[in-house]
Design a protein around this ligand. Structure first.
Ligand SMILES: Cc1cc2nc3c(=O)[nH]c(=O)nc-3n(C[C@H](O)[C@H](O)[C@H](O)COP(=O)(O)OP(=O)(O)OC[C@H]3O[C@@H](n4cnc5c(N)ncnc54)[C@H](O)[C@@H]3O)c2cc1C
Length: 480
């Protein structure tokens, strides 16, 4: 088939999948008012593949079949693949009105991680299976979500030590042709509206955890998979002023696997507990860079919103506000510079022949982004003023009796009449003071791995031996 249209993608989601939201089973995820926001954000992936303006970024020619396929399914076996993908993700975010379509990147990061580990460990069966699966995804232009995070119960205990055996997803049965798995994965982005879910372990394992060392891919409508989604926001909205480019975003789900049967052809790790940590690490190496790439357009437009807010309030030239601008620019441009450095210095991951953005720089970029975001939001809130939370709503603006009052009192500096200023404040409310804004702050900390995981990777990748040997040379110390 190759290169589906957005309409074909939407149609493919009407398959009887078991998705719940606000306690009700969703009949059609493409029509549900909350999930629709995610579906339409995701649909940009397919729109880009057909739009002459973005096609060259989004589409490549498959070396084996000669067919046009999504760039996400490219085998990254040359260094420039890294920056090409970075440009695709940045452009996707721009095209999808500031949000990432998010339905092929995390899944293909898992495919790359699995493929790299299969090569490093020399497991030819898994190498063949994952490349067959990659080709299957490319041929059918599938959308994918990635389920890594288990529900984890008591965080101080490993999988096999938990009070309930299902706190980590595990193999509960096996035959010659298939395995049966049970457990749940939490916070899974977009899984309610992807074709497939890829599952890998979230952590290191011991021999006692062997049943938990499992990785596989499975269609979302497979019997036994139930998703419980938390609503985010809807397109229909009476509070915020409408904008020419709608607000975009995604919905996460708790994905429950209740005795789900997985054909062995789609299994990429089965009880090799020694490889679990390496697999989680390899996925993170690929995925952390995706995470950094899509933040950049978001930081750019949020910085711009703060600048417009200062202009609307007539304070853009005052020293206290310019100090805030300096903070925001430093934060945004440092994130960009680190991301660029990571793309320009790709590395062959573990000698696998698969190229990944420089892991030290991309972890630094993610850590820098995650550690500074709340301060960045604080600066925007400070610049914009209290109207960010007390503003009259779009419904008030539409009321003929109230609008004259709003026109009289809500104007700002030259160029910002009441409508312009309220429109701006309405968007600022969405990005720094709404439920969504709170979600975004938490997302910044936890999504794509919490601070601790970035710090762990930073310690693993930093040239600490180089630092120590330089210090030894200077002092003349003989110790190793
Ligand atoms: C918006 C959003 C989208 C997400 N999308 C996805 C997705 O698509 N796929 C996916 O797989 N995951 C996804 N995640 C999950 C994300 O990767 C996790 O939230 C993250 O790894 C943290 O795990 P947790 O939420 O279980 O928090 P916890 O692991 O409970 O962490 C809470 C705190 O406890 C600390 N902690 C935890 N365990 C230990 C320990 N043993 N020792 C010391 N300290 C510890 C952590 O460092 C952290 O400070 C998403 C999360 C969010 C918020």
């Amino acid at each position: 088939m190759a290169l589906r249209t957005a309409e074909q993608y939407r149609k493919g989601l009407i398959d009887g999948r078991s998705v719940y939201l606000l306690g009700e089973r969703v009949k059609n995820v493409t029509e549900d008012p909350y999930l629709k926001v995610g579906v339409e954000t995701a649909a940009f992936d397919f729109i880009m593949a057909h739009d002459p303006k973005t096609r060259d970024l989004a589409v490549i020619r498959d070396a084996q079949s000669g067919e046009s396929i999504s760039r996400y399914f490219e085998i990254p076996d040359y260094p420039e693949a890294v920056s090409a993908r970075h440009e695709l993700i940045r452009a996707a975010c721009e095209t999808a009105d500031g949000a990432l379509p998010f339905i092929k990147d995390v899944g293909s990061d898992i495919i790359n991680g699995v493929a790299a580990v299969a090569r490093i460990t020399g497991n030819e069966t898994y190498q063949r299976r994952i490349e067959d699966y990659r080709a299957h995804c490319a041929r059918n232009d599938l959308s994918l979500s990635g389920a890594v995070t288990d529900v984890k119960g008591d965080r101080s205990k490993g999988p096999s030590e938990q009070a309930k055996p299902d706190y980590y997803l595990r193999v509960v049965d096996e035959s010659e042709s298939e395995i049966v798995v049970s457990g749940a994965k939490a916070h899974i982005t977009a899984s309610a509206y992807t074709d497939e879910i890829l599952v890998i372990p979230t952590r290191n394992m011991t021999e006692a955890d062997a049943d938990y060392a499992v990785a596989f891919a499975i269609p979302v409508d497979t019997p036994g998979i139930t998703q419980i989604c938390r609503p985010s926001f809807r397109f229909e909205d009476t509070v915020h002023f409408p904008t020419p480019r709608p607000r975009r975003g995604h919905v996460e789900a708790l994905v429950i696997f209740d005795n789900v049967r997985v054909p062995k052809e789609r299994v990429f790790l089965l009880r090799e507990w020694q490889a679990a940590q390496g697999l989680a690490y390899a996925f993170s190496a690929f995925h952390r860079y995706t995470a950094v790439s899509y933040k950049i357009p978001i930081l750019e437009y949020m910085t711009g919103l703060a600048m417009l807010a200062a202009e609307a309030n007539g304070v853009q030239k005052t020293s206290n506000i310019r100090e805030r601008f300096v903070n925001m620019i430093r934060y945004t441009e440092t994130t960009k510079a680190l991301a660029k450095a990571a793309a320009l210095d790709p590395e062959d991951f573990g000698g696998s022949g698969f190229y990944v953005a420089n892991t030290l720089s991309s972890n630094m970029a993610k850590l820098h982004f995650a550690s500074g975001f709340h301060d960045f939001v604080r600066d925007i809130q400070d610049i914009a003023g209290g109207l960010v939370v007390t503003q009259p709503t779009y419904k008030d603006w539409q009321n003929d009796e109230l609008r004259p009052y709003l026109e009289q009192y809500m104007g700002g500096a030259a160029g910002f009449d009441a409508e312009q200023r309220l429109k701006l404040m309405s968007m600022l409310h969405h990005v720094v003071a709404s439920d969504f804004a709170g979600w975004h702050e938490v997302c910044t900390i936890h999504a794509e791995g919490s601070f601790a995981s970035q710090k762990m990777m930073l310690m693993a990748e930093a040239p600490t031996e180089l630092y120590r040997s330089k210090a030894r040379d200077i002092i003349g110390l003989e110790i190793a």
